[in-house]
Design a protein around this ligand. Structure first.
Ligand code: ADP
Length: 303
């Protein structure tokens, strides 16, 4: 196994709209798509499509969405031993995407809220065989903290994507992560520092480095990514010229590709360059997982 993803799965209910509805207003969406999503599942699928062996640790409900989610993991070659059943609803995410590709997303955590530290203990032997653990914040915060503790105990590097932006993350544990990968909003929420300009982002990331983080990787949307480590900061601009159609799930594509690359011999810098390209490719297509290229398609596109 290359990567253990400990995180969420959601069923995306995506309405493509011409503009956002006002309060109390009903509008018609010209198009709709149902897709498999959730930050954990998205990152797992991106890494698996690129060729990684991925173990998914997550919970699904006992509704009509669960079988579809498991089938989707299997279709992508992901190990579903620890896709655990829960009484109740699966996670669902109603998403609105407008003509300027801006999005609004509602998260119903459902079964994801029932992923416990005990579930991680049950999967410990399998997680111990992985070369990287990847975790996000769509599961209970105590499970995120337990994942970091487990990573430290097993001596497996861990990547924490603090998304969606949440208060209550334990700073001491954040400092134990090999890779901490927020976007600008998440960085501002976590540090309580402004993260509007490049200087502000650099200062906020540097504050995390001072607390002990090894690699703070701030995704900057169409501008690319800023990597801050004890060696200083490196801006890796988005130099893949693309026309963005739908940026939903771009951050997850980025992390899935980065995780794949660093578990397959790439340096952090090279992995970030590849992740910028993979995420750029994903924004040229609609949807979340539907926009993630296979290794073959990605390789052909990059040439
Ligand atoms: P999130 O989706 O988590 O908010 P970002 O918006 O920072 O994250 O995007 C993650 C990565 O996706 C960026 O670092 C970049 O590589 C790529 N990306 C996002 N938006 C665009 C865009 N409009 N054009 C090209 N690449 C993009």
């Amino acid at each position: 196994m290359d990567i253990a993803v400990i995180g969420s799965n959601m069923v995306d209910l995506i309405s493509y709209i011409t503009r956002m509805p006002a309060e109390g207003e009903t509008i018609e969406a010209p198009d709709f798509a149902l897709g498999c999503g959730g930050k954990g599942a998205n990152q797992a699928v991106a890494a698996a499509r690129l060729g990684s062996e991925v173990l998914m640790v997550t919970r699904v409900g006992d509704d009509l969405f669960a079988a579809n989610t498991v089938a989707n993991f299997e279709a992508n070659g992901i190990d579903t031993t620890f896709v655990l059943p829960t009484v109740g609803t699966s996670g669902v995410a109603p998403i609105f995407v407008d003509e300027q590709s801006r999005n609004s997303i509602i998260i119903v955590k459902g079964a994801n809220a029932s992923l416990t530290p005990a579930d991680l203990e049950a999967a410990e032997a399998e997680i111990a065989r992985c070369r990287l653990i990847v975790v996000q914040l769509e599961i209970p915060i105590e499970t995120v903290h337990a994942a970091i503790d487990l990573a430290v105990r097993l001596d497996v590097p861990i990547l924490l994507n603090p998304a969606p932006a949440t208060h209550g993350l334990d700073y001491a544990r954040v400092a134990q992560c090999e890779y901490f990968v927020p976007n600008e909003t998440e960085l501002a929420t976590l540090t309580g520092m402004p993260a509007g300009t490049t200087n502000e982002i650099t200062a906020a990331a540097a504050a995390l480095i001072e607390k002990g983080c090894r690699n703070v990787i701030v995704t900057l949307g169409s501008r690319g990514v800023l990597w801050v480590s004890t060696d200083g900061e490196v801006l890796i601009p988005q130099d893949n010229p693309v026309e963005a159609v739908d940026t939903t799930g771009a951050g997850d594509a980025f992390i899935g590709c980065f995780a794949h690359e660093v578990t397959h011999g790439s340096t952090v810098h090279d992995a970030l360059v590849a992740a910028n390209a993979y995420a750029a490719n994903s924004v040229t297509k609609r949807g979340t997982q539907t926009s993630y290229a296979s290794r073959e398609d990605f390789t052909a596109w990059r040439r």
